[in-house]
Ligand binder design. Structure first.
Ligand SMILES: CC(C)(COP(=O)(O)OP(=O)(O)OC[C@H]1O[C@@H](n2cnc3c(N)ncnc32)[C@H](O)[C@@H]1OP(=O)(O)O)[C@@H](O)C(=O)NCCC(=O)NCCS
Length: 193
């Protein structure tokens, strides 16, 4: 199943001819791997997140994405770490509105994710599309479990997790956190109605 088809689930995401994805809000997205050319835009994206969003994305641990972290993402950590960006494509131009990272643990058969959407673009289906794209890629790589960590008060992430049918699990080490888990099929997952 292609990424665009996977995002077609429930009729919320409609594939478009250029391989782009149209989300329910009408936006056209290109969800693609991060490249070296995106380094500055990614830094700007993180810097421009509201304090709350950045706190939620990095669990309180980061203010600025350093060059070494970007190099680590671009290096892929030996083929296990995959950074993605989401561009809105309109009138022939594109704007980076979201980013995500997923890390595949082949031995455990699982994939961990984290993501963020620019504050002024939140609530328009971009986070769900990013998570769907990760699920497809992880499922294709043979991971049977998708998981992430979020702060307890992060209602948007918890609601997004519920939307995709993920379970909330007690975090073993940190009471501030909730672990989110979703079993995957080879094609990712279908969004709940
Ligand atoms: C969590 C986050 C990625 C969601 O992205 P988003 O693009 O705003 O989410 P979507 O528009 O795709 O929403 C998908 C579903 O999630 C739920 N949801 C998202 N934001 C919500 C909010 N603020 N309140 C309640 N539900 C929300 C809804 O069920 C929504 O589906 P619906 O629109 O059909 O009701 C975004 O809020 C964000 O970047 N937050 C800061 C970083 C972060 O918290 N990352 C997660 C930890 S790694």
């Amino acid at each position: 199943m292609s990424d665009t088809l996977a995002c077609h689930l429930e009729g919320r995401f409609r594939p478009s001819p250029a391989g782009l994805v149209r989300v329910g809000s009408g936006l056209v997205l290109d969800i693609r791997p991060l490249t070296a050319a995106d380094a500055e835009a990614l830094r700007s994206h993180v810097r421009a997140l509201s304090v709350r969003s950045r706190h939620n994305r990095y669990l309180g641990g980061l203010n600025e994405l350093g060059r070494s972290e970007i190099d680590r993402l671009l290096g892929g950590a030996g083929g296990t770490v995959f950074p993605l960006v989401a561009d809105v494509v309109e009138n022939g131009s594109r704007t980076m509105v979201g980013e995500a990272v997923y890390a595949i643990d082949h031995a455990a058969g699982s994939t961990e994710f984290a993501l963020s959407v620019r504050d002024d673009w939140q609530g328009r289906g971009i986070g769900a599309a990013l998570l769907g794209a990760i699920a497809v890629r992880a499922g294709r790589a043979g991971a049977g479990l998708l998981h992430g960590e979020t702060l307890r008060g992060n209602e948007a992430m918890l609601a997004l997790a519920a939307k995709v049918g993920a379970a909330e699990v007690r975090h073993r080490d940190d009471p501030r956190l909730i672990r989110i888990e979703r079993r995957l099929e080879a094609a990712g997952f279908a969004l709940a109605a």
